[in-house]
Design a protein around this ligand. Structure first.
Ligand SMILES: [Zn+2]
Length: 93
């Protein structure tokens, strides 16, 4: 199996997130609410990975740089899931 670098993985995730932003008008029937503190706590208990999720979001933020507004970044992050446990990263930006 070919080893995939973390950066390659993040860029693939961002490509998907960028597509999500591009098609946001078409997909407006599907709105994602920001998860409540209780939902976030349930995810924390399920995978115990909140700290690494915040690191992932910080890495996404640094990769996106200042090419996107905070709202666009928030929308991109809302479409991402943790590649390890599958939990949504929404609400962590
Ligand atoms: Zn995770």
């Amino acid at each position: 199996m070919e080893k995939v670098s973390r950066r390659t993985l993040m860029m693939a995730l961002l490509a998907g997130g960028g597509a999500l932003v591009g098609s946001s008008r078409r997909a407006s029937a599907f709105t994602a609410d920001a998860p409540s503190a209780r939902i976030l706590a349930m995810h924390e208990n399920a995978c115990g990975a909140t700290a690494s999720h915040k690191e992932l979001v910080a890495e996404v933020d640094s990769i996106l740089g200042d090419k996107y507004t905070a709202a666009e970044k928030r929308q991109i992050v809302a479409g991402l899931t943790c590649p390890i446990c599958g939990c949504p990263l929404a609400g962590l930006f």
